[in-house]
Write a protein that binds this ligand. Structure first.
Ligand SMILES: *Cc1c(COP(=O)(O)O)cnc(C)c1O
Length: 361
Protein backbone atom coordinates (compact mmCIF):
# COMPACT_ATOMS: atom_id res chain seq x y z
CA UNK A 1 0.00 0.00 0.00
CA UNK A 2 2.93 2.36 0.61
CA UNK A 3 4.14 1.67 -2.92
CA UNK A 4 0.73 2.57 -4.25
CA UNK A 5 0.96 5.80 -2.27
CA UNK A 6 4.46 6.50 -3.62
CA UNK A 7 3.33 6.00 -7.21
CA UNK A 8 0.27 8.15 -6.61
CA UNK A 9 2.38 10.99 -5.22
CA UNK A 10 4.99 10.62 -8.00
CA UNK A 11 2.31 10.87 -10.71
CA UNK A 12 0.47 13.71 -9.00
CA UNK A 13 3.79 15.49 -8.67
CA UNK A 14 4.14 15.59 -12.47
CA UNK A 15 1.02 17.73 -12.81
CA UNK A 16 0.54 21.31 -11.65
CA UNK A 17 -1.26 21.92 -8.35
CA UNK A 18 -4.98 21.88 -8.89
CA UNK A 19 -4.93 19.19 -11.58
CA UNK A 20 -7.43 16.53 -10.59
CA UNK A 21 -6.50 12.86 -10.37
CA UNK A 22 -8.62 9.93 -11.50
CA UNK A 23 -7.29 6.55 -10.38
CA UNK A 24 -8.23 3.72 -12.73
CA UNK A 25 -9.48 0.72 -10.72
CA UNK A 26 -11.18 -1.25 -13.49
CA UNK A 27 -10.60 -5.01 -13.78
CA UNK A 28 -10.36 -5.32 -10.01
CA UNK A 29 -7.74 -2.56 -9.97
CA UNK A 30 -5.64 -4.32 -12.60
CA UNK A 31 -5.76 -7.45 -10.46
CA UNK A 32 -4.75 -5.69 -7.24
CA UNK A 33 -8.21 -5.68 -5.64
CA UNK A 34 -10.55 -2.78 -6.40
CA UNK A 35 -11.95 -2.12 -2.92
CA UNK A 36 -8.69 -1.84 -0.96
CA UNK A 37 -7.06 0.16 -3.77
CA UNK A 38 -10.05 2.49 -4.10
CA UNK A 39 -10.15 3.06 -0.34
CA UNK A 40 -6.45 3.84 -0.30
CA UNK A 41 -6.83 6.29 -3.20
CA UNK A 42 -9.72 7.92 -1.38
CA UNK A 43 -7.55 8.30 1.72
CA UNK A 44 -4.69 9.71 -0.39
CA UNK A 45 -6.90 12.43 -1.82
CA UNK A 46 -7.70 11.22 -5.33
CA UNK A 47 -10.56 13.12 -6.95
CA UNK A 48 -12.18 10.44 -9.07
CA UNK A 49 -12.16 6.70 -9.71
CA UNK A 50 -12.52 5.11 -13.13
CA UNK A 51 -14.10 1.71 -13.76
CA UNK A 52 -15.24 -0.20 -16.82
CA UNK A 53 -18.79 -1.21 -15.92
CA UNK A 54 -21.71 -0.83 -13.54
CA UNK A 55 -20.92 -3.93 -11.46
CA UNK A 56 -17.46 -2.56 -10.70
CA UNK A 57 -18.90 0.79 -9.64
CA UNK A 58 -21.60 -0.77 -7.46
CA UNK A 59 -19.02 -3.00 -5.75
CA UNK A 60 -17.17 0.14 -4.67
CA UNK A 61 -20.32 1.92 -3.50
CA UNK A 62 -21.40 -1.12 -1.49
CA UNK A 63 -17.97 -1.16 0.15
CA UNK A 64 -18.56 2.41 1.27
CA UNK A 65 -16.45 4.27 -1.28
CA UNK A 66 -17.90 7.78 -1.67
CA UNK A 67 -15.51 9.29 -4.24
CA UNK A 68 -17.02 10.17 -7.62
CA UNK A 69 -16.82 7.16 -9.95
CA UNK A 70 -16.85 7.30 -13.75
CA UNK A 71 -17.94 4.28 -15.77
CA UNK A 72 -15.87 4.39 -18.96
CA UNK A 73 -17.86 1.73 -20.81
CA UNK A 74 -21.52 1.55 -21.69
CA UNK A 75 -24.11 0.80 -19.02
CA UNK A 76 -27.22 -0.87 -20.49
CA UNK A 77 -30.04 1.66 -20.53
CA UNK A 78 -32.28 -0.66 -18.52
CA UNK A 79 -29.79 -0.39 -15.62
CA UNK A 80 -29.36 3.38 -15.89
CA UNK A 81 -31.56 4.18 -12.89
CA UNK A 82 -29.01 2.41 -10.71
CA UNK A 83 -26.49 5.04 -11.80
CA UNK A 84 -28.68 7.76 -10.35
CA UNK A 85 -29.37 5.78 -7.19
CA UNK A 86 -25.67 5.15 -6.51
CA UNK A 87 -24.42 8.57 -7.67
CA UNK A 88 -22.27 7.09 -10.40
CA UNK A 89 -21.06 9.13 -13.38
CA UNK A 90 -21.61 7.60 -16.80
CA UNK A 91 -19.59 8.02 -20.00
CA UNK A 92 -21.93 9.19 -22.74
CA UNK A 93 -20.78 8.15 -26.18
CA UNK A 94 -23.51 9.17 -28.62
CA UNK A 95 -26.71 11.19 -28.92
CA UNK A 96 -29.11 8.23 -28.89
CA UNK A 97 -27.51 6.96 -25.72
CA UNK A 98 -27.73 10.45 -24.19
CA UNK A 99 -31.45 10.57 -24.95
CA UNK A 100 -32.02 7.17 -23.39
CA UNK A 101 -30.02 8.13 -20.29
CA UNK A 102 -31.99 11.36 -20.03
CA UNK A 103 -35.29 9.49 -20.09
CA UNK A 104 -34.14 7.02 -17.43
CA UNK A 105 -32.75 9.75 -15.18
CA UNK A 106 -36.08 11.54 -15.31
CA UNK A 107 -37.91 8.30 -14.48
CA UNK A 108 -35.60 7.85 -11.51
CA UNK A 109 -36.47 11.39 -10.44
CA UNK A 110 -32.87 12.52 -10.25
CA UNK A 111 -29.96 13.95 -12.16
CA UNK A 112 -27.41 11.71 -13.84
CA UNK A 113 -23.90 13.08 -14.12
CA UNK A 114 -22.25 12.25 -17.44
CA UNK A 115 -18.90 12.77 -19.08
CA UNK A 116 -19.06 13.18 -22.83
CA UNK A 117 -16.79 10.70 -24.56
CA UNK A 118 -15.09 11.83 -27.78
CA UNK A 119 -13.59 9.44 -30.28
CA UNK A 120 -10.62 11.42 -31.58
CA UNK A 121 -8.87 8.42 -33.12
CA UNK A 122 -9.08 5.43 -30.76
CA UNK A 123 -12.07 4.11 -32.71
CA UNK A 124 -13.74 2.46 -29.76
CA UNK A 125 -16.51 4.51 -28.13
CA UNK A 126 -17.46 8.16 -28.39
CA UNK A 127 -18.85 10.92 -30.61
CA UNK A 128 -16.73 10.68 -33.75
CA UNK A 129 -14.45 13.72 -33.79
CA UNK A 130 -12.38 13.52 -36.96
CA UNK A 131 -11.67 16.73 -38.88
CA UNK A 132 -14.63 16.15 -41.19
CA UNK A 133 -17.08 15.12 -38.45
CA UNK A 134 -16.15 17.50 -35.66
CA UNK A 135 -18.85 20.06 -36.48
CA UNK A 136 -21.56 17.43 -36.39
CA UNK A 137 -20.06 15.97 -33.21
CA UNK A 138 -20.12 19.40 -31.56
CA UNK A 139 -23.76 19.94 -32.52
CA UNK A 140 -24.77 16.53 -31.19
CA UNK A 141 -22.79 17.01 -27.98
CA UNK A 142 -24.41 20.42 -27.48
CA UNK A 143 -27.80 18.75 -27.90
CA UNK A 144 -26.88 15.95 -25.49
CA UNK A 145 -25.75 18.26 -22.70
CA UNK A 146 -29.02 20.20 -22.85
CA UNK A 147 -31.16 17.11 -22.21
CA UNK A 148 -33.21 17.14 -19.01
CA UNK A 149 -32.03 14.89 -16.20
CA UNK A 150 -28.40 15.01 -17.32
CA UNK A 151 -25.54 17.05 -15.90
CA UNK A 152 -22.56 17.05 -18.27
CA UNK A 153 -19.77 17.58 -15.78
CA UNK A 154 -16.95 16.39 -18.01
CA UNK A 155 -15.66 15.63 -21.47
CA UNK A 156 -12.90 13.18 -22.31
CA UNK A 157 -11.08 11.26 -24.99
CA UNK A 158 -8.73 8.30 -24.98
CA UNK A 159 -5.36 8.05 -26.73
CA UNK A 160 -4.68 4.94 -28.77
CA UNK A 161 -0.94 5.32 -29.21
CA UNK A 162 0.40 7.64 -26.52
CA UNK A 163 3.33 5.30 -25.87
CA UNK A 164 4.01 5.04 -29.62
CA UNK A 165 3.44 8.04 -31.84
CA UNK A 166 3.71 11.60 -30.58
CA UNK A 167 2.38 12.84 -33.89
CA UNK A 168 -0.80 10.76 -33.74
CA UNK A 169 -1.31 11.56 -30.05
CA UNK A 170 -1.06 15.28 -30.75
CA UNK A 171 -3.47 14.89 -33.66
CA UNK A 172 -5.94 13.27 -31.25
CA UNK A 173 -5.31 16.00 -28.70
CA UNK A 174 -5.89 18.77 -31.27
CA UNK A 175 -9.14 17.12 -32.33
CA UNK A 176 -10.17 17.00 -28.67
CA UNK A 177 -9.41 20.70 -28.09
CA UNK A 178 -11.19 21.51 -31.31
CA UNK A 179 -14.43 19.79 -30.38
CA UNK A 180 -14.35 21.31 -26.88
CA UNK A 181 -13.98 24.77 -28.45
CA UNK A 182 -16.81 24.15 -30.88
CA UNK A 183 -19.14 22.98 -28.12
CA UNK A 184 -18.13 26.05 -26.15
CA UNK A 185 -19.03 28.23 -29.13
CA UNK A 186 -22.46 26.62 -28.94
CA UNK A 187 -22.72 27.74 -25.32
CA UNK A 188 -21.51 24.89 -23.15
CA UNK A 189 -18.34 24.50 -21.10
CA UNK A 190 -17.20 21.50 -19.08
CA UNK A 191 -15.84 21.51 -15.55
CA UNK A 192 -13.53 18.54 -16.11
CA UNK A 193 -11.72 17.96 -19.43
CA UNK A 194 -9.48 14.91 -19.34
CA UNK A 195 -7.49 12.61 -21.62
CA UNK A 196 -4.11 11.69 -20.10
CA UNK A 197 -3.71 7.95 -19.51
CA UNK A 198 -0.43 6.68 -18.00
CA UNK A 199 1.59 7.13 -21.18
CA UNK A 200 0.39 10.68 -21.74
CA UNK A 201 0.84 11.48 -18.05
CA UNK A 202 4.46 10.31 -18.30
CA UNK A 203 5.25 11.86 -21.69
CA UNK A 204 2.95 14.78 -22.51
CA UNK A 205 2.26 17.37 -19.80
CA UNK A 206 0.48 19.51 -22.40
CA UNK A 207 -2.39 16.99 -22.33
CA UNK A 208 -3.18 17.17 -18.60
CA UNK A 209 -6.00 19.75 -18.87
CA UNK A 210 -8.18 19.46 -15.73
CA UNK A 211 -7.50 15.86 -14.72
CA UNK A 212 -5.03 13.03 -15.36
CA UNK A 213 -6.27 9.46 -15.62
CA UNK A 214 -3.49 6.93 -15.08
CA UNK A 215 -3.99 3.24 -14.54
CA UNK A 216 -0.98 1.01 -15.02
CA UNK A 217 1.51 3.60 -13.76
CA UNK A 218 -0.35 3.78 -10.47
CA UNK A 219 0.45 0.10 -10.04
CA UNK A 220 4.11 0.79 -10.72
CA UNK A 221 4.46 -0.41 -14.30
CA UNK A 222 5.28 1.56 -17.43
CA UNK A 223 2.71 1.27 -20.21
CA UNK A 224 5.51 0.16 -22.49
CA UNK A 225 8.34 -1.89 -20.96
CA UNK A 226 10.82 0.01 -23.16
CA UNK A 227 9.95 3.42 -21.65
CA UNK A 228 12.67 5.32 -19.82
CA UNK A 229 12.28 4.61 -16.08
CA UNK A 230 13.79 8.02 -15.37
CA UNK A 231 10.49 9.58 -16.51
CA UNK A 232 9.00 8.95 -13.10
CA UNK A 233 9.98 6.89 -10.05
CA UNK A 234 7.47 4.03 -10.09
CA UNK A 235 7.60 0.88 -7.97
CA UNK A 236 5.58 -2.23 -8.77
CA UNK A 237 2.86 -2.52 -6.14
CA UNK A 238 2.11 -6.20 -6.40
CA UNK A 239 4.28 -9.20 -5.64
CA UNK A 240 3.11 -12.72 -6.34
CA UNK A 241 4.65 -15.22 -3.97
CA UNK A 242 4.11 -18.78 -2.92
CA UNK A 243 5.69 -21.45 -0.75
CA UNK A 244 7.25 -24.69 -1.87
CA UNK A 245 4.93 -27.64 -1.19
CA UNK A 246 7.76 -30.14 -1.26
CA UNK A 247 11.15 -30.72 -2.89
CA UNK A 248 11.71 -34.00 -4.69
CA UNK A 249 14.87 -35.69 -5.89
CA UNK A 250 14.30 -37.11 -9.36
CA UNK A 251 16.81 -39.07 -11.47
CA UNK A 252 18.08 -38.02 -14.89
CA UNK A 253 16.04 -39.05 -17.94
CA UNK A 254 12.72 -38.53 -16.11
CA UNK A 255 10.02 -36.63 -18.03
CA UNK A 256 8.21 -33.86 -16.11
CA UNK A 257 4.52 -32.91 -16.19
CA UNK A 258 1.83 -33.15 -18.90
CA UNK A 259 2.96 -33.95 -22.39
CA UNK A 260 6.49 -34.85 -21.21
CA UNK A 261 7.79 -31.61 -22.74
CA UNK A 262 10.89 -31.67 -20.56
CA UNK A 263 13.06 -34.67 -19.72
CA UNK A 264 15.63 -34.07 -16.99
CA UNK A 265 19.21 -34.20 -18.25
CA UNK A 266 20.73 -34.73 -14.80
CA UNK A 267 19.74 -35.99 -11.38
CA UNK A 268 17.63 -33.07 -10.19
CA UNK A 269 15.85 -31.51 -7.25
CA UNK A 270 12.41 -30.24 -8.23
CA UNK A 271 10.43 -27.83 -6.06
CA UNK A 272 6.66 -28.25 -6.42
CA UNK A 273 4.77 -24.95 -6.29
CA UNK A 274 1.00 -24.72 -5.63
CA UNK A 275 0.43 -22.29 -8.51
CA UNK A 276 -0.83 -22.79 -12.03
CA UNK A 277 -2.83 -21.28 -14.86
CA UNK A 278 -5.95 -21.57 -12.69
CA UNK A 279 -4.38 -18.77 -10.67
CA UNK A 280 -3.45 -16.79 -13.77
CA UNK A 281 0.13 -18.08 -13.85
CA UNK A 282 0.23 -18.69 -17.56
CA UNK A 283 0.62 -22.08 -19.18
CA UNK A 284 2.80 -20.31 -21.73
CA UNK A 285 5.47 -19.99 -19.03
CA UNK A 286 6.11 -23.75 -19.32
CA UNK A 287 9.85 -24.31 -19.80
CA UNK A 288 10.24 -20.55 -20.39
CA UNK A 289 10.13 -18.46 -17.21
CA UNK A 290 11.98 -18.62 -13.91
CA UNK A 291 10.88 -17.98 -10.34
CA UNK A 292 13.15 -16.34 -7.81
CA UNK A 293 14.35 -17.68 -4.48
CA UNK A 294 16.63 -15.66 -2.20
CA UNK A 295 19.58 -17.70 -3.53
CA UNK A 296 18.80 -17.31 -7.24
CA UNK A 297 16.47 -18.10 -10.12
CA UNK A 298 14.87 -21.48 -10.70
CA UNK A 299 13.52 -22.36 -14.16
CA UNK A 300 9.98 -23.67 -14.63
CA UNK A 301 10.33 -27.30 -15.75
CA UNK A 302 7.70 -28.93 -17.94
CA UNK A 303 4.15 -27.72 -18.44
CA UNK A 304 2.50 -25.40 -15.95
CA UNK A 305 -0.61 -27.30 -14.77
CA UNK A 306 -3.89 -25.75 -13.64
CA UNK A 307 -2.93 -25.74 -9.96
CA UNK A 308 0.71 -26.77 -9.76
CA UNK A 309 4.05 -26.22 -11.44
CA UNK A 310 7.55 -27.55 -10.92
CA UNK A 311 10.80 -25.59 -10.83
CA UNK A 312 14.36 -26.88 -10.93
CA UNK A 313 16.21 -26.08 -7.70
CA UNK A 314 19.13 -28.45 -8.18
CA UNK A 315 21.50 -25.49 -7.98
CA UNK A 316 19.73 -23.96 -4.99
CA UNK A 317 20.38 -26.46 -2.18
CA UNK A 318 18.89 -24.18 0.48
CA UNK A 319 15.43 -24.39 -1.10
CA UNK A 320 13.22 -26.70 0.92
CA UNK A 321 9.60 -27.30 1.86
CA UNK A 322 8.11 -23.92 2.84
CA UNK A 323 10.70 -21.80 1.04
CA UNK A 324 9.20 -18.65 -0.42
CA UNK A 325 9.28 -18.31 -4.20
CA UNK A 326 8.69 -14.97 -5.89
CA UNK A 327 6.75 -15.43 -9.12
CA UNK A 328 6.43 -11.69 -9.77
CA UNK A 329 8.33 -9.13 -7.78
CA UNK A 330 11.80 -7.80 -7.22
CA UNK A 331 14.26 -9.55 -9.53
CA UNK A 332 11.38 -11.30 -11.29
CA UNK A 333 9.47 -8.60 -13.16
CA UNK A 334 5.98 -9.15 -14.53
CA UNK A 335 7.40 -7.71 -17.75
CA UNK A 336 9.60 -10.81 -18.22
CA UNK A 337 6.48 -12.99 -18.19
CA UNK A 338 4.69 -10.57 -20.48
CA UNK A 339 7.48 -10.76 -23.02
CA UNK A 340 7.27 -14.56 -23.08
CA UNK A 341 3.51 -14.39 -23.58
CA UNK A 342 3.82 -11.73 -26.29
CA UNK A 343 1.67 -9.39 -24.22
CA UNK A 344 1.86 -6.48 -21.78
CA UNK A 345 2.12 -6.30 -18.00
CA UNK A 346 -1.54 -5.18 -17.86
CA UNK A 347 -2.79 -8.56 -19.06
CA UNK A 348 -0.72 -10.68 -16.70
CA UNK A 349 -1.90 -8.58 -13.75
CA UNK A 350 -5.56 -8.70 -14.79
CA UNK A 351 -5.61 -12.47 -15.20
CA UNK A 352 -4.57 -13.19 -11.61
CA UNK A 353 -7.63 -15.02 -10.36
CA UNK A 354 -9.71 -14.75 -7.21
CA UNK A 355 -8.11 -17.92 -5.83
CA UNK A 356 -4.95 -16.00 -5.00
CA UNK A 357 -5.28 -14.40 -1.56
CA UNK A 358 -4.47 -10.70 -1.73
CA UNK A 359 -2.61 -9.54 1.36
CA UNK A 360 -2.37 -5.78 1.92
CA UNK A 361 0.50 -4.44 3.95
C1 LIG B 1 -7.79 1.84 -19.02
C2 LIG B 1 -8.01 3.26 -19.35
C3 LIG B 1 -7.14 4.26 -18.88
C4 LIG B 1 -5.84 3.94 -18.17
O1 LIG B 1 -4.91 3.44 -19.07
P1 LIG B 1 -3.41 3.12 -18.59
O2 LIG B 1 -2.68 2.83 -19.82
O3 LIG B 1 -3.53 1.93 -17.68
O4 LIG B 1 -2.96 4.32 -17.85
C5 LIG B 1 -7.47 5.58 -19.10
N1 LIG B 1 -8.59 5.90 -19.78
C6 LIG B 1 -9.43 4.98 -20.28
C7 LIG B 1 -10.63 5.40 -21.05
C8 LIG B 1 -9.16 3.63 -20.09
O5 LIG B 1 -9.99 2.72 -20.60
Amino acid sequence: MDRLAQNYHALRGLAPQGTKFMGLVKADAYGHGAVPVAKKLEELGADYLGVACLAEAVELRQAGVTLPILILGGTPVECAQELVRHHITQACYDLDYAKALSAEAQKAGGTLTVHIQCDTGMTRLGFLCHEDTVDQAAREIAQAVELPGLYAEGIFTHFSDADGSEEYTMRQFDRFLDVIQKVQDLGHTFAIRHCANSAATLLYPSTYLDMIRPGIALYGHFPDAAMDPALCPLTPVLELKTRVVTVRSVPADTPVSYGRTNTLTRDSRLAVLPVGYGDGYCRGFSNQLTVRFPGGQAPVVGRVCMDICMVDVTDLPEVTTGSVATLYGEGQPVEAGAEIMGTISYELLCVLTKRIPRLYR
